[in-house]
Design a binder for this molecule. Structure first.
Ligand SMILES: Nc1nc2c(c(=O)[nH]1)N[C@H]1C(S)=C(S)[C@@H](COP(=O)(O)OP(=O)(O)OC[C@H]3O[C@@H](n4cnc5c(=O)[nH]c(N)nc54)[C@H](O)[C@@H]3O)O[C@H]1N2
Ligand SMILES: Nc1nc2c(c(=O)[nH]1)N[C@H]1C(S)=C(S)[C@@H](COP(=O)(O)OP(=O)(O)OC[C@H]3O[C@@H](n4cnc5c(=O)[nH]c(N)nc54)[C@H](O)[C@@H]3O)O[C@H]1N2
Ligand code: SF4
Ligand SMILES: [Mo]
Length: 676
């Protein structure tokens, strides 16, 4: 038996460290690494199913070509044929249009391993291309924290165990960050109180001392209501002037504009509850807020997070051990970037299309049009909005390449399928957007079938391009995965990890040497060096300089119910873990009063629809859900139409500053409902 270091590369807060076991070259088990302090030896059920996933009969093992998009007639081809077709098309488009802009890449979160950025490097090496910019995930919150603090940087999540009061706000760790729950329970054992703010009674709410049901998209006003109570009760940090900018303006705004009665009417929370919670927050030290990604998926999402940050600052919880306002971090991702930055062959910039409006913006580019699309680590035909526009874009394309492990909604539309290796079959380097551990992932087994790593595929395409036309791509044509990994650990990353040389990362995951609590010295990286209640950067970007309340969108008569589609414990976005455990029905969860209003009882079949599309659902009344909300979780449902056929492309208010594109306001989706 042999043991190997692996890391779960999914888009998940936890980025778990894995010890895999092989016998005679066969993967036989995966376990959590006991030495990595966040994983502490445990994996979630999704990763525990990895052995089956690696050897699943449904996994695609060979390059395939589809005879007619959506036909399902896939034939096995050789890598030579696949590479020839891709390279010939790239060269042909470049020659025909005199530029490589007709080539487009859409990549995101299937695998967050650093070596998967090779595909970006390949595109850079070809020339100026069309790229998906921004993120469907966390953009508004990142910009908000960047405006307030200078960057987004959360404390080591283990620090939460020191808290005396934990507010879990628009976050559902019992499903989406399961390794945080033991840390929260640890805090509870030491006397902490936990409050969960959500729009429905979530799995996390069930584990909290108190559940506060908030009307969707109104959390910003709730935070301002709490701040108003702190002001009235004189619970404001007396040192604010030494480390913050604009607190007078903010206090004046609270005084003049925020009324608790109005706050109660809009958020749905009683004034007495707002007062009690605010007093508790103002009087308990340390107190921590964890603001999740769920609450910023709105047209006012950035503004909401700025209001929550401001509440934390006002109460003096910033820089406090076990306190602060936690969101996410990217400070442990300071890799050299060598892999995605080969020499630029020409002096022309890339053409960007917001990832959340990719199809619309790609279609708007006509000179030259987008003609070839590579989809890597993404499943846009399941996860994006405006799927009708996607159909249009597809019909304009000469070639669609999907590289993935399994067939997906997106591969249904593809011409070529390139099979990729799992993290048990290639080298990689992984960091978390939440905890402070970084590690190397080593191959435990040989590639299954003819699958190749994304890095190998990028080398192979470059090699084929350069064979057909020497000098046509500056990305390397071959290499060594382990050495490529080590090159990503430049001087800055070595310093962050406290390593003398890159090879040390091969001995197991390492915790970045940052102190456990962020902003401890209350010196910030904003233009003023202070925490900024008043942000000139926001004003320059035509955003309100103060964290004020901006209402979310309202439902309309023809779409009176807000549809929420949050993440589910059994999937990571479109990635399915218990492959055979699928249902053919979408379950619509709604308050019993709402079900009654539409004359529906449990098990009834109904239809929900809006301008974007329609979906058949099975009714599941459930208490603890806001009355203007219906919920379908992102479970795996084997239906012809994906859930996102109902979703348009509303954008969040922020995201442009740090990520180059505003985020996906997917909770601003409204539907109508009728019994079938
Ligand atoms: N309705 C609704 N829509 C949503 C969301 C929601 O909550 N509700 N959430 C949004 C959010 S937050 C996000 S982050 C996005 C996520 O959307 P995506 O970024 O599309 O992420 P996934 O669905 O996780 O993965 C995409 C594909 O990557 C493949 N993959 C896995 N490993 C590899 C690999 O090593 N190489 C390659 N080439 N492919 C690989 C997977 O098999 C999968 O098919 O969805 C967004 N869309
Ligand atoms: N099991 C599992 N884990 C995952 C994922 C997955 O798909 N499955 N996806 C990963 C990804 S890509 C991401 S982005 C993270 C996201 O993980 P989280 O940060 O937990 O975010 P969400 O799951 O989008 O939403 C969290 C909660 O916010 C609530 N919410 C929605 N709107 C509001 C609001 O207006 N106010 C308040 N107070 N609450 C609101 C939702 O009901 C939900 O319960 O999880 C990651 N981890
Ligand atoms: S999906 Fe998340 S919790 Fe599960 S093993 Fe992977 S990183 Fe850990
Ligand atoms: Mo996400």
């Amino acid at each position: 038996m042999k043991f190997h270091y692996n890391i779960c590369p999914r888009n998940c807060y936890d980025t778990c460290s894995i010890i895999s076991t092989t016998r005679n070259g066969v993967l036989i088990s995966v376990e959590g690494n006991p030495k990595q302090e966040y994983t502490v030896g445990k994996l979630c059920p999704k990763a525990l199913d990895d052995v089956k996933k690696v050897y699943s009969p449904q996994r695609i093992r060979y390059p395939m070509r589809q005879r007619g998009r959506y036909s399902g007639f896939w034939e096995r081809i050789s890598w030579d044929e696949a590479l020839d077709q891709i390279a010939a098309k790239i060269l042909n488009l470049k020659e025909h249009y005199g530029t490589s802009l007709p080539l487009a890449l859409n990549k995101y979160s299937g695998n967050f391993g650093v070596l998967h950025n090779a595909i970006e490097g390949l595109f850079t090496g070809i020339g100026a291309t069309t790229r998906a910019a921004g993120s469907p995930c966390w953009s508004a919150g990142i910009d908000a924290q960047t405006l307030d603090f200078g960057t987004f940087f959360c404390s080591d999540p283990l620090d939460m165990a020191n808290s005396k009061l934990i507010w879990l706000w628009g976050v559902n760790p019992a499903w989406t960050a399961v390794h945080q729950m033991p840390i929260i329970f640890d805090a509870i054992d030491r006397g902490a109180k936990v409050v969960c703010f959500d729009t429905h009674f979530s799995a996390t709410a069930a584990r909290a001392h108190q559940y506060i049901q908030v009307r969707p998209g109104t959390d910003g006003l709730l935070a301002l209501g709490f701040a108003k109570v702190l002001l009235e009760e004189n619970l404001i940090d007396s040192n604010l002037s030494s480390y913050t900018l604009g607190h007078e303006e903010f206090l004046h705004y609270l005084e003049a504009e925020i009324s608790l009665d109005n706050c109660s009417d809009i958020t749905g929370i009683a004034v007495s509850t707002i007062r009690e919670l605010a007093l508790e927050y103002g009087q308990t030290h340390p107190a921590c807020i964890w603001a999740g990604f769920g609450l910023q998926r709105y047209t006012n999402g950035g503004q909401t997070l700025r209001a929550i940050d401001a509440l934390g600052a006002l109460a003096g919880h910033l820089g406090e051990q076990g306190g602060g306002v936690q969101y996410a971090q990217f400070e442990t991702w300071r890799f050299s970037g060598a892999i995605q930055n080969p020499p630029h062959p020409i002096n022309q910039t890339e053409r960007l299309a917001n990832i959340n409006r990719f199809s619309e913006e790609a279609l708007n580019y006509t000179d030259p049009p987008v003609k070839m699309l590579w989809i890597s680590g993404r499943n846009p035909l399941s996860q994006d909005g405006n799927l009708q526009q996607w159909k249009k874009l597809i019909s304009q394309l000469d070639l669609i390449v999907v590289s993935d492990l399994f067939h997906t909604k997106s591969s249904e539309a593809a011409d070529l399928f390139l099979p990729v290796t799992t993290h048990y079959e290639h080298w990689d380097l992984n960091s978390s957007y939440w905890h402070y551990w970084v590690g190397a992932n080593e191959p435990a087994i040989l590639p299954v079938g003819e699958s190749r790593s994304d890095l190998q595929i990028a080398w192979d395409v470059s090699s084929r391009l350069n064979t057909l036309k020497p000098g046509s791509c500056t990305f390397p044509t071959s290499g060594n995965e382990k050495e490529t990994l080590l090159r990503e650990l430049g001087p800055q990353m070595l310093d962050i990890l406290g390593l003398k040389n890159p090879e040390e990362i091969l001995n197991g995951p390492v915790r970045a040497k940052f102190p456990s609590t962020t902003w401890e010295n209350r010196s910030f990286t904003t233009p003023s060096g202070h925490y900024e209640f008043f942000s000139s950067q926001a004003a320059t970007a035509h955003l309100p300089p103060l964290p004020i309340f901006v209402p979310p969108l309202n439902p309309s008569l023809d779409a009176p119910l807000r549809l929420m589609t949050p993440h589910h414990h059994s999937t990571i976005n479109s990635q399915v873990y218990a492959i055979e455990a699928h249902s053919t029905d979408f379950i619509l969860h709604l308050a019993p009063e709402v079900a009654q209003r539409y004359d529906l009882v449990v098990g009834d079949r109904a239809q929900i629809w809006n301008k974007s599309g329609q979906l058949e659902v099975v009714i599941q009344p459930q208490s603890g859900i806001s009355k203007d909300v219906v919920i379908i979780f992102q479970e795996h449902v084997k239906a012809t139409s994906p859930l996102n056929c109902l979703i348009g492309t509303p954008l969040t208010d922020m995201g442009q500053l740090t990520l180059g594109g505003r985020g996906f306001a997917l909770n601003e989706t409204f539907v109508n409902l009728r019994k079938l």
